[in-house]
Ligand binder design. Structure first.
Ligand code: LLP
Length: 434
């Protein structure tokens, strides 16, 4: 499944999502436009909750808001009963403003500032995931100054190299994140236990993102639970909660074969039970933090086709009105996408073209060798599976205005984020006095 679950071709030969004609949405809201399908998004939240709760009553699904965050999405995820992971003051503020109960907020980050730690403590967030010795001592000071106690996890790097792009691997020892297993992590646990301003209730690990092989997750569970056993023997620490992070991959391209959410839940639950039995440990609560696999497939991007340049015998460039400013992933990770023409959804794909962005960079190419029907200026090009790490990594290169974002359901459209205006672009600029 690359397109959202409600996608279909209507009688005009146009692609429709959530009962809304994409060509009409493009005409009404302009392009580039992010369109989210509410049914797909809610469906993924429910699938995650049901898959985990069906196997383990003591489990929790936390949405990793970095994948796509704005007030409306936070409201929706909250309404579906998920908790939320934030990794900056901005994400924390958005979650709070959207009405998330602070105890359902998990705060991450390898370099939380004093301002961010204070904001988290003062707003009584549920868990702060402590990432380093320096953070542990800074947080201790902050808590002691206020005379309060904070529930924390420690982030562990389990030494697992997940098979995904190097830039989104995080579980290996050579990482800026977390405490390495063995010496550092053991010492961190001891320090956390010694100070009664901390309530150390569990451990956290996130081994990477866009991972297809569930084996990496069961291996991470095995390594952490073995570590918990050693810790228990050395320090008496009982790991009541195990947060295994996010990372389940999604299908961007016909060749991608990710695992399903159900398989992922089964593999993790089974691994926890198996290791608890083997090591004679109490089964911890299981927490997962999916981002991409909640919102990725729910979102598509619409562009208007502009200049078409044919270089005989070499390639045809089809330029669109966005590019690396709304989708950095092709440039950053060599990520592969597919494309179709939303206004010619029934036409046969007959030509191979390169979809280029409009920015002043030769590397601003969204898709090399996309198969499209006969394409003309004014066509509406749709790239599926852009719901995660698209808008949130958008930028204003060439003073491009950030796109609008809408969500559709049963023929109704709601705006989640307005399109930036030209005035917005200079709002923070200061004019020099003559
Ligand atoms: N938890 C933690 C602590 C994380 O760092 C992340 C993602 C997640 C959960 C969610 O992972 P997911 O389920 O979305 O894979 N910009 C990159 C992805 C970076 C992911 C960073 N951390 C991309 O566009 O592929």
């Amino acid at each position: 499944m690359i397109l959202p679950s409600t996608s279909k071709v209507n009688k005009n030969g146009h692609l429709e999502i959530g009962g809304c004609d994409l060509a009409l949405l493009a005409a009404n809201y302009g392009t580039p436009l992010f369109v989210y399908d509410e049914d797909t998004l809610r469906g993924q939240c429910r699938l995650y909750k049901n898959s985990f709760l069906g196997l383990k009553s003591n489990s929790e699904v936390i949405y990793a808001s970095k994948a796509f965050v704005c007030l409306g999405i936070c409201q929706l995820v909250n309404n579906e009963g998920l908790s939320i992971d934030v990794s900056s003051a901005g994400e924390l503020y958005t979650a709070l403003e959207a009405g998330f109960s602070p105890d359902k907020i998990y705060f991450h980050g390898n370099n939380k500032t004093d301002e961010e730690l204070a904001l988290a403590v003062d707003n009584k967030v549920g868990i702060i995931v402590v990432d380093s010795f320096m953070e542990l001592s800074r947080l201790k000071e902050l808590l002691n100054n206020r005379g309060v106690k904070q529930k924390i996890y420690l982030r562990i790097t389990p030494g697992i190299k997940a098979s995904t792009h190097e830039y989104i691997q995080t579980g290996q020892e050579d990482s800026k994140f977390g405490f390495s297993l063995g010496g550092a992590a053991t010492l961190a646990v001891k320090k956390a236990l010694e100070n009664n301003c901390f309530n150390l209730s569990g451990l956290h690990a996130h081994i990477g993102s866009q991972i297809f092989a569930t084996r990496s997750f069961s291996k991470a569970v095995e390594v952490i639970m073995e570590f918990a056993k050693t810790l228990n023997e050395k320090t008496g620490f009982v790991m009541r909660e195990l947060d295994i992070g996010g990372g389940l991959g999604i299908k961007y391209h016909a060749d991608d074969e990710p695992s399903t959410v159900e398989e992922y839940a089964k593999v993790i639950s089974k691994a926890v039970t198996k290791q608890a039995n083997r090591l004679n440990l109490q089964e911890p609560k299981i927490l997962v933090e999916p981002g991409r696999s909640i919102v990725g497939t729910a979102g598509v991007t619409l562009y208007t086709v502009g200049t078409i340049k044919e270089i005989k015998g070499i390639r045809t460039f089809v330029s669109v009105d966005g590019g690396m400013s709304d989708n950095l992933r092709p440039m950053l990770y060599d990520a592969k996408y597919e494309a179709l023409l939303a206004n010619k959804a029934k036409a046969k794909a007959s030509q191979k073209v390169t979809i280029a962005g409009k920015h002043c960079e030769s590397g601003d190419v969204l898709i090399k060798d996309a198969m499209l029907p006969e394409v003309e200026m004014g066509d509406i090009l749709c790239t599926p599976a852009t719901g995660a790490y698209g808008y949130v990594m958008a930028n204003n290169y060439n003073r491009q205005r950030k796109p609008a974002v809408v969500i559709v359901k049963d023929g109704q459209v709601k705006e989640l984020i307005a399109r930036e205006s030209l005035e917005d672009l200079i709002r923070l600029d200061k004019r020099l006095k003559a």
